[in-house]
Every structure is written in structure tokens, then in C-alpha cells.
Design a binder for this molecule. Structure first.
Ligand SMILES: C[S@@+](CC[C@H](N)C(=O)[O-])C[C@H]1O[C@@H](n2cnc3c(N)ncnc32)[C@H](O)[C@@H]1O
Length: 257
């Protein structure tokens, strides 16, 4: 159940940039005083407290399958907030929910049709689903990561593992939400603009998220070799201008059942 390689300190290096989409998504959610809320892939749980305050819920459960991320959640538990070590694809809420919320987590799970049907099934009538998924898989920071993973010796060391791209197009989510019986919805693609000090910071960015998927499958020595090769292939493709302009696409969606 628990997943290795997530490092809260590395993830939080770009705390301001990463929390902006969280708050944009939160603004799409209507309060549900006294209700029940779930935050799927809650990470350290710090932002779960903002979700709990915003909704006015009686109970909010944050779930995550990373022990290292959840190890930081203890200070945020209490006052109606609790945390569980659990996988999103198998999580069963104790009762029907008023809000199912997930920021930057569902892109790790394959089979979004089945996943979204499960999430819809967790909600009461009138309940809200709010999801943000990164959609930057066409940027070299992501394509090169996957290409290097297919090179040797990394491919063999990972048993030919292919990460794949579970994220669908915005209109696919709109249609799927409609088919799943949501009466109202808003789906949008947003480009977040980040000015990183230099292009090398892109590597620090992806190390905090995307590359964790390869890090947990490689020995420390091979992961260092992987990083060196990633750097060698990626940097020539990125502008040397400083600050480095890093566009990052994300899909934000909200729907009410
Ligand atoms: C990019 S972080 C986002 C954390 C938090 N939602 C935020 O906005 O800062 C993604 C989180 O999703 C968790 N995660 C990824 N796949 C998961 C799964 N299948 N089940 C539970 N948690 C998962 C990771 O452990 C990580 O903490």
C-alpha cells in the first residue's frame, strides 16, 4: 500500500507554485456546513486544513498512500480532520460524501473512466466533485523523463515499466462527468506560468513529483545515473534565458451530482 520516493521537502520546494492550483480549485467548491469531505492524495495534509475550513464540514478525511507524506500530517489532525494511509483506487468512505476533492493526485492512477465512476459513487445527491490534474505531459520535462526511462540500463532495471499518461483531454472529462449523471459542471484547461531562476530548476521541479515514479523503481546509484542522463538530454532543449519561463498545463474540474 505505502509508496516510496515521495519526499515532502523536495515537493515543497515549489510550495507557492504548487499551492496556487489548489486554491483555484478550492474556489470552485461551494461550502457544505456540517458535511463530510474527502481529500484524495492529501500529501502532508497541510492544505487539507484549508479545504476543511472552506467547506465548513463536520468531518474531513485526508487519504494518501505515502507514509513519508502522511508522516507530516499529525499537526493538522483534529477538529474534525483525520488522515488515513490508503490508496485512492480502493478507498471506501464510511458514509456518502458531500465533497470529493483531489488536487494533483489522480494523474498517478490509470483508468480514469472507472476511477471517476467510483468517485461519483462516493457522493450524495447534490455532492460535489472537485479535481485538478496536471496535463503537462507534452512538455520536454515530461517527454524526456519517459524517453530516458526507456533507455538502457534503466529500462531493464525497471522491468520495462512504462508510466503511461492516464490524464485525458478536458472535453473527455466534461463528457464523462455528464455521462456519470452530474447535473452541473465546469471543466477548464489552465496554463500556469512559472518563472524559475534557471532551466536547471526544472529538474528540481520534476524530482519532486514525476521523477519519484522512477526513483522508487531504481537503486540510488541507478537513479543518480538516470538523473544525469535526464539532465544531459533535457537542458539543451530548454531556453537559457533567466528566469526560465516554465508553462505548466493543468485541468481543473468541478461537478455537482
Ligand atoms: C503532488 S502530491 C499532492 C498533494 C496535495 N494534494 C497537494 O495539493 O499538495 C500527490 C500526492 O498523491 C499521493 N498519491 C499518488 N497516488 C496515490 C494513490 N494511488 N493513492 C493515494 N495517494 C496517492 C502521493 O503520495 C502524494 O502525496
Amino acid at each position: 500500500m505505502t509508496e516510496g520516493a515521495w519526499n515532502p521537502d523536495q515537493y515543497q520546494r515549489f510550495r507557492a507554485e504548487r499551492s496556487k492550483p489548489f486554491f483555484d480549485l478550492l474556489a470552485m467548491v461551494a461550502p457544505c456546513p456540517g458535511g463530510q469531505v474527502a481529500d484524495l492524495g492529501c500529501g502532508t495534509g497541510e492544505l487539507t486544513t484549508a479545504l476543511h475550513r472552506h467547506t465548513g464540514a463536520a468531518g474531513t478525511v485526508g487519504i494518501d498512500n505515502s507514509e513519508t507524506m502522511l508522516a507530516r500530517s499529525a499537526p493538522y489532525a483534529g477538529g474534525g480532520i483525520r488522515f488515513e494511509l490508503a490508496g485512492i483506487a480502493t478507498f471506501e468512505p464510511r458514509e456518502p460524501l458531500d465533497v470529493v476533492f483531489s488536487n494533483a493526485a489522480l494523474h498517478w492512477i490509470r483508468g480514469h473512466r472507472e476511477l471517476f465512476a467510483r468517485l461519483a459513487g462516493m457522493l450524495k445527491t447534490g455532492g460535489q466533485l472537485a479535481v485538478q490534474v496536471p496535463a503537462n505531459h507534452g512538455h520536454p520535462s515530461h517527454t524526456i523523463a519517459d524517453e530516458v526511462a526507456r533507455e538502457e540500463p534503466f529500462a531493464s532495471a525497471m522491468g520495462g515499466y512504462e508510466r503511461g499518461v492516464p490524464v485525458e483531454e478536458p472535453e473527455w472529462y466534461a463528457e464523462t462527468l455528464d455521462e456519470l449523471g452530474f447535473r452541473e459542471q465546469s471543466v477548464r484547461l489552465q496554463v500556469y506560468v512559472h518563472h524559475l531562476p534557471s532551466r536547471t530548476e526544472v529538474i528540481e521541479w520534476t524530482r519532486g513529483t514525476l521523477l519519484t515514479d522512477y526513483e522508487k523503481r531504481l537503486s540510488p546509484a541507478l537513479f543518480e545515473a538516470y538523473l544525469a542522463r535526464y539532465r544531459e538530454r533535457l537542458l539543451p532543449l530548454l531556453s537559457e534565458a533567466e528566469p526560465y519561463f516554465y508553462p505548466f498545463k493543468r485541468i481543473l474540474m468541478w461537478a455537482r451530482k
